[in-house]
Design a protein around this ligand. Structure first.
Ligand code: OAD
Length: 238
């Protein structure tokens, strides 16, 4: 038994943070790997409120392309293993994802928060209502609720506050095991969650390569999410 899992009871409280690496094997591009999105686009051009004010067409095109890409992606064995864990685990389990794809949702995760927003939703620039938005969005897109509002992607951009931080920090303070999967540790506040857990909490990182914050974890395992996550779930349920 690995040090981070030793003597963990079946009703322990779990918080699982996921990043782009868990969706990589579903064909969704990560941000900072060799062929990552931020290698092909400057984030200052497409992922800030300033960029949207400066060139909304460009920003809409960027997210339309990603929304279309999602249509052909399917949840993989790592997403599914987390659902298996959630349905068999006696204690609280919260998945906190930085991913804006819907692969955890489609796999069947129930206790899930999308802290960086959701690609398949839009937000009214006027009344701020969030609505399902499966297709393309452009500067002529209109809010279905209020008559005048234009729409923006329901994405947390750089310089904006992530969503659901209060329930996330409450879960982190209470949790007995914190696992980070497929995230490079470059973006705060998620990169600092490992420091926000209580003193007795076990911490485990699963990633293709050690992240930049791996030294803050009690244990790090390297490999593909579709191998590491089902193995971890089998260990936890054994
Ligand atoms: P990154 O692209 O920064 O990091 C992805 C991590 O996944 C890297 O550490 C890879 O080594 C790892 N990885 C790649 N393939 C993997 C696989 N098959 N199995 C396991 N791990 C794998 O993505 P995030 O850390 O999620 O924010 O990025 C955080 C935030 O930065 C994103 O949510 C996004 C971005 O800018 C916003 O857009 C607001």
């Amino acid at each position: 038994m690995s040090p981070s899992l030793m003597a963990l009871s079946r009703d322990a409280r779990l918080v699982i943070l996921t990043g782009a690496g868990i969706s990589a094997e579903s064909g969704v591009r990560t941000f900072r790997d060799g062929d990552g999105l931020w290698e092909r686009h400057r984030l200052e051009d497409v992922a800030t409120p300033e960029a949207f004010r400066r060139d909304p067409d460009l920003v809409h095109r960027f997210y339309n392309e990603r929304r279309r890409g999602l249509a052909t992606a399917e949840p993989n064995a790592a997403h599914r293993a987390l659902v298996q864990l959630e349905s068999a685990w006696a204690g609280d389990l919260l998945v906190v994802t930085q991913n804006v794809d819907d692969l955890h949702d489609r796999a069947g995760s129930k206790h899930l928060v999308h802290m960086h927003g959701e690609l398949l939703k839009g937000r009214c620039l006027g009344c701020r209502t969030v609505v399902a938005w499966p297709g393309d969005m452009d500067c002529d897109s209109r809010c279905p609720v209020c008559p005048t509002g234009g729409m923006r992607p329901h994405i947390v951009w750089f310089h904006e506050l992530p969503l659901c931080l209060d329930p996330i920090y409450e879960a982190l303070e209470r949790c007995d095991l914190f696992v980070a999967i497929g995230t490079s540790g470059h973006v705060h506040p998620a990169a600092g969650f490992v420091e926000a857990v209580g003193p007795r909490c076990r911490t485990l990182e699963l990633n293709l390569e050690p992240s930049r914050v791996v030294s803050a974890f009690q244990e790090g395992r390297t490999g593909r999410a579709t191998d590491l996550v089902p193995t971890l779930v089998a260990e936890l349920l054994s």
